[in-house]
Design a protein around this ligand. Structure first.
Ligand code: RB5
Length: 293
């Protein structure tokens, strides 16, 4: 099994011990720290958590600090991570069976080395009961934990845009799922550009949309996917209202056939989710579009 392991100075000795104890049959990757100098556990927790989250269920993480507590707090901030502090065999077993933890946090100042190794082995041998026939309740609960993580993290990604043509007709773009996964098309911001300019440029480059003006809207509690970088990416967008062209692609996503709509009509006719609806209504209010609708 692939195991990532990391510690701060308070868990260093335990980490070194566990590395030896787990070497047989496992691939161990040590992500630091590598000396006893005082350091900050969130740095190591973050590094490890991103590796484990990126492994898509293939790897397990072990974090050691003085108590295990700080490491677990930090690791649990990373989407996809369920980090558990364990202190005895029952908690180690349950962390896997009921909570499907993927990171184990151990306290080098509260556990003896050999006790801690035993707990890791108990954890590794246990299986998540949520995958079993009569264990659906555990899966449901763990899914709820994961969903909580999806509502935190990144302050203001762009998740949609209202595009206006010179006739003041509106075309809506939005993330395909407001309450689930967001797509990152790999758009980028060039030197000197702001997010809005970048969005216009990308849309112009890749579609036949007739852009006269564009208003972005954001969802404050949107997901912050692993690897997302504020300066390099923006979150967008799928086509909700339809374009006049038959089909086009935007960063690999196909749009579909459709039309431009007057803003007020769009607000009335289209079945919009609450965020898009609000963005559109705000726009209508601000611009006093009643005259042109
Ligand atoms: C470091 O002194 C200590 O605070 C840390 O190792 C850990 O116990 C935090 O939770």
């Amino acid at each position: 099994m692939q195991i990532f392991i990391a510690s701060d100075h308070g868990g260093l000795a335990l980490k070194e011990f566990l590395k030896k104890g787990l070497a047989k049959g496992n691939k161990i990757t040590d992500l630091g720290c590598d000396n006893e100098k005082s350091c900050d556990y969130p740095d190591f927790a973050e590094k490890l958590a991103k590796e484990v989250a990126g492994s898509k269920g293939k790897a397990t993480g072990i974090l050691c600090c003085g108590t295990g507590i700080g490491m677990s707090m930090a690791a649990n901030k990373v989407k996809g991570i369920r980090a558990a502090v364990v202190w005895n065999e029952v908690s180690a077993k349950m962390a896997k069976e009921h909570n499907n933890a993927n990171v184990l946090c151990l306290g080098g100042r509260v556990l003896k080395n050999d006790e801690a190794l035993k707990l890791v082995n108990v954890f590794l041998k246990s299986t998540f009961q949520g995958e079993k026939k009569d264990g659906e309740r555990h899966k449901k609960r763990v899914d709820k934990i994961d969903a909580l993580g999806e509502n935190s993290g990144f302050p203001e990604p762009v998740v949609g845009a209202l595009i206006f043509n010179e006739k003041n007709e509106v075309f809506l773009m939005k993330s395909p799922k407001w309450d689930g996964l967001y797509i990152i098309p790999g758009g980028h911001i060039e030197l000197g550009e702001n997010m809005r300019d970048a969005l216009i440029r990308e849309i112009k480059e890749e579609t036949d949309l007739d852009i006269y003006d564009l208003k972005m809207f954001t969802l404050h509690d949107a997901i912050f996917p692993a690897g997302f970088h504020k300066k390099k990416h923006f979150l967008m967008v799928d086509f909700l209202a339809k374009t006049k062209s038959e089909k086009f692609k935007l960063d690999g996503k196909e749009g579909t056939k459709g039309v431009w709509m007057k803003p007020k009509l769009a607000a009335k006719e289209l079945k919009l989710d609450q965020f898009t609806q609000k963005a559109l209504e705000d726009y209508i209010k601000i611009m006093d579009l009643t005259k042109v609708v």
